[in-house]
Unconditional design. Structure first.
Length: 206
């Protein structure tokens, strides 16, 4: 597929697809209209010919330039530049790479002088956006402590914390104290009885 790119002039940057013959001019009725005061009403025609494309000047006032040369009818190659007044259009083919012309163009201000071919215009694919940053894992919430049973919360008695042997010792100590108290009571009772008897004997002796 062939198309035109307007490189300079009031409509620079516009693309025009070529589906058939196309008339270019300042007031073209069924073609491409360009707002260029130096262009004729119907200035140039592009037409398919023998499997290629040709550019034809329509007896315009200022003429049609192809790569800096004034022409009447010429076949086009990918990258050729067509100048109509102050407007420059680049001819391109969709399957032609790189976009460059091998035809010489004159240096500015020197009629008929040739200059090297223009630098090829390389079409680069759009740069892919950077990958998103890796997701930061969210740590799980800390585990709650297991509920304490009501039985565990109750205060423990002292005897519950000691072994069975400690209980036996306590019983034996209590028995020893009881026996001691009994002997002490008997000793006190005997002393009291002895004292009373002695006092009675003393009274009888009087």
């Amino acid at each position: 597929m062939a198309f035109l790119i307007i490189e300079s002039g009031p409509e620079a940057g516009r693309r025009v697809d070529l589906g058939g013959a196309l008339v270019i001019g300042r007031q073209s009725r069924s073609g491409l209209t360009i707002q260029d005061p130096k262009a004729s009403r119907e200035h140039t025609r592009l037409e398919p010919a023998a499997g290629a494309w040709a550019v034809v000047d329509l007896e315009s006032r200022n003429g049609t330039m192809l790569n800096g040369r004034k022409i009447q009818r010429e076949f086009l190659a990918a990258g050729d530049r067509i100048t109509i007044g102050q407007t420059v259009l680049r001819f391109e083919l969709a399957d032609a790479t790189p976009s460059a012309t091998t035809r010489p163009m004159p240096e500015p201000g020197v009629a008929g002088a040739a200059r090297p071919a223009t630098t090829p215009i390389l079409r680069t694919s759009p740069v892919a956006p950077p990958p998103p940053p890796p997701a930061v894992p969210i740590p799980p919430p800390p585990a709650r402590p297991a509920p304490v049973a009501e039985a565990d919360k109750a205060p423990k008695l002292r005897y519950q914390d000691k072994g069975q042997g400690v209980g036996v010792v306590t019983v034996l100590a209590c028995l020893a104290i009881l026996v001691g108290l009994v002997f002490a009571a008997r000793w006190i009772a005997q002393r009291t009885i002895t004292k009373v008897m002695n006092e009675r004997k003393a009274e009888q002796a009087k």
